[in-house]
Design a protein around this ligand. Structure first.
Ligand code: SAM
Length: 231
């Protein structure tokens, strides 16, 4: 699996892969990460990549030429590359997308900057567009990293214990039950007594009740799906 970050600011992305689980996955050759800077493809004598918006409007928009050429070069290198644009003008990215996209061989994330990307680039090259939430970031790099991280942990071998994947929030509509680590008593605060008694069926029932309670409080929309039997 390869992830290519198409960005003007690869240094914002690189550090994330320099530690922890994703660093180890790269060392084990489970996936690799590449960077492509649209500025390197700019035909402008000052390597400009943006201009004022046609038709008026605040701010600068990323020009089509550097991105057309960068993405053409990427497709020439690998015709199977799956191109994902990050933009607030898109459907929200969810866990099922992370699982589905973990089966691709090569994903390129295209980050916008300024007021965004000339729509013709998105029209021509996007296999999919995602938003990571109802707020505006200064650029798509963080959004790319969020999506890349969520996809990566679904690739076989990335997580030490793949069981972690099946019991997490969003595997079913319910949010996960609270977790506790040792010691059992800390500063006068105990873990739920049922967790200590070793009756696994009772622990399961308690966890389900707590999951429902958390989901009702934080995500009533998800609880509704649970009650309707949605997977
Ligand atoms: N003018 C755009 C709008 O109102 O929809 C916002 C542009 S934003 C300042 C610059 C870039 O950040 C976008 O092109 C996109 O790549 C990225 N971005 C910002 N918010 C995002 C979000 N919620 N999800 C995904 N990408 C986002």
């Amino acid at each position: 699996m390869t992830f290519t970050f198409v960005t003007l600011f690869s240094n914002l992305v690189e550090g994330y892969f320099n530690d922890s689980i994703l660093k180890r996955a790269i060392e084990k050759n489970i996936f690799s990460v590449k960077y492509l800077n649209p500025r390197d493809f700019s035909l402008n004598k000052h390597s400009k990549v943006d201009d004022t918006a046609v038709g008026g409007g605040a701010g600068m928009v990323m020009n089509p030429q550097p991105l057309f050429d960068a993405l053409d070069s990427l497709k020439k290198e690998d015709e199977n590359v799956y191109i994902v644009f990050l933009t607030p003008v898109a459907k929200p990215f969810v866990q099922n997308d992370a699982k589905r996209l973990s089966n691709k061989s090569h994903i390129a994330f295209v980050s916008g900057r300024y007021e965004g990307i000339d729509e013709r680039v998105i029209e021509k090259y996007a296999d999919e567009v995602f938003s990571i939430g109802d707020y505006i970031l200064t650029g798509g790099e963080l959004a790319s990293l969020v999506i890349c991280d969520a996809i990566s942990r679904n690739i076989e071998g990335v997580l030490g214990n793949s069981d972690s994947l099946t019991v997490e929030s969003f595997e079913t509509p319910l949010l996960e039950a609270p977790s506790f680590s040792k010691p059992k008593l800390y500063e006068g605060l105990s873990v739920p007594s049922e967790y200590l008694k070793g009756n696994h069926s009772k622990i399961r029932s308690l966890k389900l009740a707590m999951s429902e309670c958390k989901t009702k409080f934080f995500r009533p929309d998800q609880l509704k799906k649970h009650c309707q039997g949605v997977k």
